[in-house]
Design a protein around this ligand. Sequence first.
Ligand SMILES: *Cc1c(COP(=O)(O)O)cnc(C)c1O
Length: 366
Amino acid sequence: MVVPSAIPVLLPALPSADQLLPYLRRIDANRTYTNYGPLTREFTDRLAARFSPRSGQPGVTLTSSGTTAIELALRIRARPGLRHCVMPSYTFIASAHAVANAGLVPFLVDVDEHSLALTPAIVIEAMRHMPAPPAAVLVISPFGAPPDLAIWEAFERQTGVPVVFDAAAAAASISEVGHQPQCVSLHATKVLGIGEGGAILCSDPDLVGRATAMTGFGFMGTERVSVVRGGNYRISEYAAAIGLAVLADLDRTIERLERLTSFYADRLQNLDLRLQEGVGTEWVTMTLNVVLPSRHSADAVKAKLDANRIGWRHWWGLGCHTHPAFADLPAGDLSITNELAPRVIGLPFHERVTADDVGRVCECLR
Ligand SMILES: *Cc1c(COP(=O)(O)O)cnc(C)c1O
């Protein structure tokens, strides 16, 4: 009997050594290895040029990771003297670390069952039960779906609570940049992956200038004088080299991910489950998920995938409140998260997944 080979759930693919070589030679010639060197500045400008303005000019602050991008944006935007940052429990655990590292206490709330995202109504309801108004809200983009900027601008106007977006997986999905910072990750497992890195996208030049200064010990201008408190959150010229090589190929990468998503979408059409709205047509992801109709059907699917040696993952686990490091956080009602998280299942999704593989995966989803 021929045993079918195991199918991994994710297989990141960064530029090859050959693709990187021309950029590395530029670093050899420049003898600048970090501190906002020429490759870092070019990567910043090319990244900014991908976005259209919602208000003002889209600006970019590169950071050492998506997590530190969120931390810096919150340090700038959170209202002083207030403790809590409202955020959904249903997210990658990095979001909670970033909030805590910004000196705030995450106040965990539920998500919308359909979009898997926070809504202004959920935050407003939670605020009625909080001891004091929140310092900020962290809105998570589920698995790379671009955030709805209009509803969160309206929320901030109405409540005065500053909004920061953890759009970590959405770097290649975002089209518009406004004054509310969108924090993205450039981790190897994201569409615009360079290994480690992140960015704050924002059309407020003061915020971008301040955030950029914070990535380099708070130096502003040319003097080595610390104007704001920050740290070392920079990327090196080698990371920027990878970034330039990734951007040169990004449109092809996106097309590949769109094709693979439509492959799955066609075969999943008549099954009792759903994909996230717009995935593969309006935006792309590296972590394709199906939402099963019940806990029971999800358990059956997971058992079938395991038996067939097909990789799957609860990319976001079962909510931040289930992690020991964050089990003591204040929280609102989390009934949707508890019911939803076990039935969101990440499927094998990378360029080595063949038509045959998709067939094998979909057999397990019936
Ligand atoms: C990937 C991710 C992060 C963390 O990004 P890093 O670059 O790994 O620090 C944060 N939040 C969400 C939702 C993510 O998916």
